[in-house]
Write a protein that binds this ligand. Structure first.
Ligand code: NDP
Length: 283
């Protein structure tokens, strides 16, 4: 019998706590946490994500500024906006919605964000801090996965954890966070030979590949904890994860659904990182 890891309920609980901490910070210091979200171009999915982030900020009492720039924005213009936000005392977190249009360098833009305001933790100096294990912010999606494990009393220490996917925003930082939590971590990717031989050994399996229902029950160890980061549309346009929920749930001890699993935790961790940045600013 499996148990669902309910990301929606967990996110709501954490957001209530963030709202309370925000109120206390305002009362104590007069500081309102501020997040600036920068979006360039008209990508419909990016617009939805930015809108959701804006709404989430308002719900917990943050200041939220959205900078919607036209597709043709030049690199220099974008960098000067980042410079202005870096020195704006009302703003504690800066997030640039990715992907950027092709003519802009994501690397250069992220590198320009001041590390103290880099609430996505993509800036190379924050990546370095995550590698050495002493960091203020972790990238939101892997941080959300760690929070779910903690909330459900699942301790990765000494466990065999397999992460499928090695992207800079999910797979790699996920592996590092699990390693810092004393797991034995294997990272798989598209060149991994015999993927199932690795996934079948996992006590905790985290999948972030972007392929609808790719992980099937024969690839999962009985009793495993299965965390599905994937967000895909199936052939009928229905939102689904990278894990075949209906068959894998029969074998798992815990499993995250899609939607309602990891997804709601990502924005919650963005709020948490922004509040942390504001609290540090107040010290
Ligand atoms: P990327 O496309 O950047 O990375 C995908 C990774 O999966 C790569 O490392 C790739 O390997 C690996 N991969 C692809 N195919 C296979 C395969 N057949 N076998 C093993 N590994 C494979 O994706 P992201 O990390 O950005 O995102 C992954 C998924 O998570 C997507 O569905 C995305 O929408 C979702 N996502 C969800 C979030 C949330 O809040 N819930 C947040 C961020 C992402 P290689 O490196 O060799 O190419």
């Amino acid at each position: 019998m499996y148990a669902i890891i309910d990301g929606k309920a967990t996110a709501e609980k954490i957001r209530a706590d963030i709202k309370q901490r925000t109120k206390e910070l305002k009362e104590r210091t007069g500081i309102t946490p501020g997040l600036a979200v920068v979006i360039v171009g008209d990508d419909p999915a990016s617009k939805i994500y930015v809108n959701n982030k804006h709404k989430a900020c308002e719900q917990v009492g943050f200041l939220s500024d959205v900078y919607a720039l036209p597709e043709a924005t030049a690199q220099d213009e974008l960098l000067s906006l980042i410079d202005r936000l870096n020195s704006d005392p009302r703003i504690h977190g800066i997030l640039v919605q990715l992907p950027l249009p092709r003519h802009l360098s994501e690397q250069a833009v992220i590198a320009r964000i001041s590390p103290e305001k880099d609430v996505d933790a993509f800036n190379i100096s924050n990546v370095g801090k995550i590698v050495n294990g002493k960091f203020d912010f972790a990238p939101c999606t892997p941080a959300g996965v760690m929070k779910l494990l903690t909330e459900y009393g699942i301790d990765p220490s000494g466990k065999d954890c397999v992460v499928v996917g090695r992207s800079n925003i999910v797979g790699k930082p996920m592996a590092l966070l699990l390693m810092h939590a004393n797991a034995t971590v294997t990272v798989c990717h598209s060149r991994t030979a015999d993927l199932a031989s690795h996934t079948r050994r996992a006590d905790i399996l985290v999948v972030a590949i972007g392929k609808a229902r790719f992980i099937t029950s024969d690839m999962v160890k009985p009793g495993a904890v299965v965390i599905d980061v994937g967000m895909n549309r199936d052939e009928n346009g229905k939102l689904c994860g990278d894990v075949d929920f209906s068959s894998v749930s029969e074998k798992a001890s815990y499993i995250t659904p899609v939607p309602g699993g990891v997804g709601p935790m990502t924005i919650t961790m963005l709020l948490e990182n922004t509040l942390t940045a504001a609290e540090k600013h107040s010290i």
